[in-house]
Design a protein around this ligand. Structure first.
Ligand code: AMP
Ligand code: GLY
Length: 420
């Protein structure tokens, strides 16, 4: 089967690596990275992810039988609508269904309408209105840009000064461009986060293994938010009881609600949860797999990924059985100096050998330059390892991390600690 994975991050390296394990698979990645460039059975295609015509052309040229879309931007911009109209089987939601991630205001109104538990909120479109509100509330409060901001459009404000500054940046200085034209104030929630990711096909839901991300740059959840600095699977906070409730109160209501809105969801649906005792609240929905959650989750998946995707496209996910490894997995992201702010690229990377089964170094911001591997992004690598427990998986991952080298490399030392 000829498969095309769209994207260039650690998630896409993991999706392509997993797909390439199928005996008959021939995998292409557009545009891919330095890791996918050097995998057996994987070929990078030098295509810009925004160039939908070039993607459609590549599908024809390489007789692609399945497209798996990694990142949210092409989904929100309608890549699935386009490829499906050309009868190219594509795994991911349509633009209409992807609004769940593309607009936080849409998502919050959707939650309210379909009784999906979430934090209380208000939204504003002008600085003046938002300012009045900010002066009359208690803190902390969370301010979110409405549109896509690569995980950076969420600011926890501890006082009025921080809130006014954030509003000024989003609504006046437009640091997130159009994405910040509407802002949401959200009740600040306490608890422990978990990522609940499922394969959804209309009203059918196939939950994947649970996981937890580490959003901030520094240990102990301090510092600014990033795309994610590490993840582990499973997440013990998602007990059997919580799992059942999330399926009923979050995933099923979302899947059914999207059908009601004439936009049935096909693809990976990701609920970011805040769990506090018996209380479950949805922080956000993503219309795609998580990065870096994909890396530990797919390390644990025994079953064929292309088979799962095809079953979803063909509406038969209730007929397949998915097998997971008993092992836990921990993925540690190694970032470039400066990330999530302005970061340095172009440094030579040295990697230790790994077995690629129990330990795998997934690439994100890397590329091959004149035969050498160099840094090419903020999040550079995600070292992921299995172990018979989370503690073992953590030890295994960090053992390999110690042997990675590039100028100014940074990683959090506490990935997985919350679950231990
Ligand atoms: P989001 O992109 O909406 O998931 O937000 C990114 C991160 O900000 C989350 O993973 C949380 O760590 C934090 N966050 C978002 N919303 C809230 C909230 N209402 N209360 C507390 N923390 C939040
Ligand atoms: N790891 C968080 C995300 O993919 O949005």
């Amino acid at each position: 089967m000829n498969i095309l994975v769209l994207g260039s991050g650690g998630r896409e390296h993991a999706l392509a690596w997993k797909a390439a394990q199928d005996k008959d698979a021939k995998v292409f990645v557009a545009p891919g990275n330095g890791g996918t460039a050097t995998e057996k059975n994987i070929t990078n295609l030098s295509i810009n992810i925004d160039d939908f015509d070039a993607i459609a052309y590549a599908c024809e040229k390489h007789s692609i039988e399945l497209v798996i879309v990694g990142p949210e931007i092409p989904l929100v911009n309608g890549i699935v609508d386009l490829l499906s109209s050309k009868n190219i089987p594509t795994f991911g939601p349509t633009a209409r269904a992807a609004r769940l991630e593309g607009s936080k205001v849409f998502a919050k109104e959707f939650f309210r309408k379909y009784q999906i538990p979430t934090a209380n909120y208000e939204y504003f479109t002008t600085f003046e209105d938002a300012e009045v509100y900010a002066k009359n509330i208690s803190y902390p409060i969370v301010i979110k840009a409405d549109g896509l901001a690569a995980g950076k459009g969420v600011v926890i404000c501890n006082n009025q000064k921080e809130a006014l500054n954030t509003l000024d940046e989003m609504l006046n200085q437009e640091i997130f461009g159009e994405a910040g034209n509407r802002v949401i104030f959200e009740e600040y929630l306490v608890g422990e986060e978990a990522s609940f990711i499922a394969v959804v096909a209309g009203d059918k839901i196939l939950p994947l293994a649970t996981s937890q991300d580490h959003k901030t740059i520094f240990e102990n959840d301090e510092g600014p938010n990033t795309g994610g600095m590490g993840a582990y699977s499973p997440a013990p906070i998602v007990t059997e009881r919580i799992h059942k409730r999330v399926m009923e109160e979050v995933m099923q209501r979302a899947a059914d609600g999207l059908i009601q809105e004439s936009s049935p969801f096909y693809g990976f649906l990701y609920a970011g949860l805040m769990i506090h005792g018996d209380e479950i609240k949805v922080l956000e929905f993503n219309c795609r797999f998580g990065d870096p959650e994909t890396q530990p989750i797919l390390m644990r998946l025994e079953s064929s990924l292309p088979e799962i995707c095809m079953a979803a496209i063909n509406n038969t996910i209730d007929e397949i059985e998915v097998v997971w490894k008993e092992d836990a997995a921990v993925g540690v992201v190694i970032s470039a100096p400066g990330y999530p702010g302005k970061y340095q690229t172009g440094s030579a990377i040295s990697l230790p050998p790994v077995d690629n089964i129990n330990t795998k170094i997934f690439h994100a911001g890397t590329k091959i330059d004149q035969g050498s591997l160099i840094t090419n992004g903020g999040r550079v690598l995600c070292v992921t390892a299995l172990g018979k427990s989370l503690l073992h998986a953590k030890k295994n991952a960090y053992k390999t991390v110690q042997n990675v080298e590039f100028d100014g490399m940074y990683f959090r030392k506490d990935i997985g600690d919350k679950a231990l």
